[in-house]
Write a protein that binds this ligand. Structure first.
Ligand SMILES: [Zn+2]
Length: 378
């Protein structure tokens, strides 16, 4: 089921036009090289179409079947029921929680079964469509001391045209036309963010800032590093070869386009959030506060959309490629400096300062936010 989307995610940096040869996108992403072998093999086998990377870094499709292939893929994506989003989210999520439970000792053993058995449930519309296209993590503590973790997801098989139009609105102009593909990518890349909200609950790490600046930062920053690690470890059967990389190519293209549209105020606010790891200065007086564009914390749905773009950009810029670097990311956010004991995150030491000064731990350059900032700027 996933195979057709695999190369399609990657190739549709721009919507392919009909023709026997189309240069799709200039790409300098390291992920394209990892995704291409699976993509080219599938395009050849299923459609007898040649996919090649050209010397000027574009992707070209060649073959008389290109128009038929595009029609087939469009039909696949837009026919309701072809993709079981819930099944995909469960499979990706379970792969990620398994990896966390195996490798992270900051989660108590008694908390792990609930984490592994999290539920994925489709959004039940409640009258505010702008919020009904969001994913959410819900943690409910039960009377017997256990916790129920529920990942709520938008299901395009059941949501209305209005939702699909809203989703399309989040995609930059030149990438429009494939809301189902866009949503499928979200179902793969957003899951680890929500799982990290489960982890925050497991260790009772709280963020009292009004817009959850820190909680949202911490669930975003290592999220795609974690997805890549689950993929490397073969933790999820639905992550077929090249799929994660294809999604990263697609998402980084979207994030790059969005960043170009940001005003200087939005860019400054995003970088402040990134560099200060979402902390709001309550626990560390000489840090500038993390806040919304222009120093104002926005409260409307437009901010929800902006914040969603920030979270995805941060996750892309924060990707580290080795298990050792990922371990440092997770330790900074959920373990060191008292974080593993839980509590109000803004009252705890700044994670990087704690690692540098208190622990004398040599945080790799690749993990430091100052070296990741602007990685997406064209
Ligand atoms: Zn979140």
């Amino acid at each position: 089921m996933v195979q057709p989307c695999n190369w399609h995610c990657c190739a549709t940096g721009q919507a392919p036009s009909r023709g026997t040869s189309v240069a799709l996108q200039r790409l300098s992403s390291p992920w394209i090289d990892k995704a291409l072998p699976a993509i080219t093999a599938h395009a050849k086998e299923a459609f007898d179409v040649d996919v090649k990377r050209t010397p000027d870094d574009a992707i070209s499709l060649r073959g008389s079947n290109v128009p038929a292939m595009i029609d087939t893929l469009n039909e696949f994506f837009t026919t309701p029921g072809n993709i079981d989003y819930g099944e995909m989210i469960s499979a990706v999520g379970r792969g990620i929680v398994s990896l966390i439970c195996e490798r992270c000792d900051f989660i108590k053993d008694e908390k792990k079964p609930a984490l592994i058995n999290f539920q994925a449930t489709p959004v039940v519309p409640f009258g505010i469509p702008e919020y009904e296209i969001s994913f959410a993590a819900q943690n409910s503590d039960q009377k017997d001391g256990s916790t129920e973790h529920v990942l709520i997801y938008p299901d395009l098989n059941t949501l209305s045209e209005e939702h699909i139009t809203l989703l399309e609105g989040e995609v930059p102009e030149h990438l429009k036309g494939r809301p189902y593909l866009h949503h499928l990518v979200r179902c793969i890349i957003v899951v680890s963010h929500e799982v990290l909200h489960f982890v925050q609950h497991c260790i009772a790490l709280r963020d009292a800032s009004p817009l959850s600046w820190s909680a949202e930062h911490d669930a975003s920053w290592p999220s795609l590093s974690l997805l890549c690690a689950a993929d490397r470890a073969g933790q999820s059967s639905c992550l077929t070869p090249g799929l994660v990389e294809a999604c990263l190519v697609y998402l980084s293209g979207i994030c790059r386009s969005r960043i170009q549209e940001w005003t200087p105020e939005v860019t400054v606010a995003y970088e402040s959030w990134q560099l200060h790891m979402g902390l709001t200065a309550q626990g560390d007086g000489d840090l500038p506060a993390t806040h919304g564009p222009g120093g104002i914390d926005p409260e409307d749905a437009a901010f929800n959309e902006t914040f969603r773009a920030w979270k995805e950009s941060l996750a892309i810029e924060g990707i580290v490629e080795s298990d050792a670097e990922l371990e440092v990311q997770l330790n900074l956010l959920f373990n060191w400096g008292g974080r593993r004991e839980g509590g109000e995150v803004n009252a705890l030491p700044h994670p990087l300062r704690f690692a540098d000064e208190a622990e004398g731990f040599d945080v790799p350059e690749s993990v430091r936010p100052c070296n990741q900032a602007r990685a997406l700027v064209p």
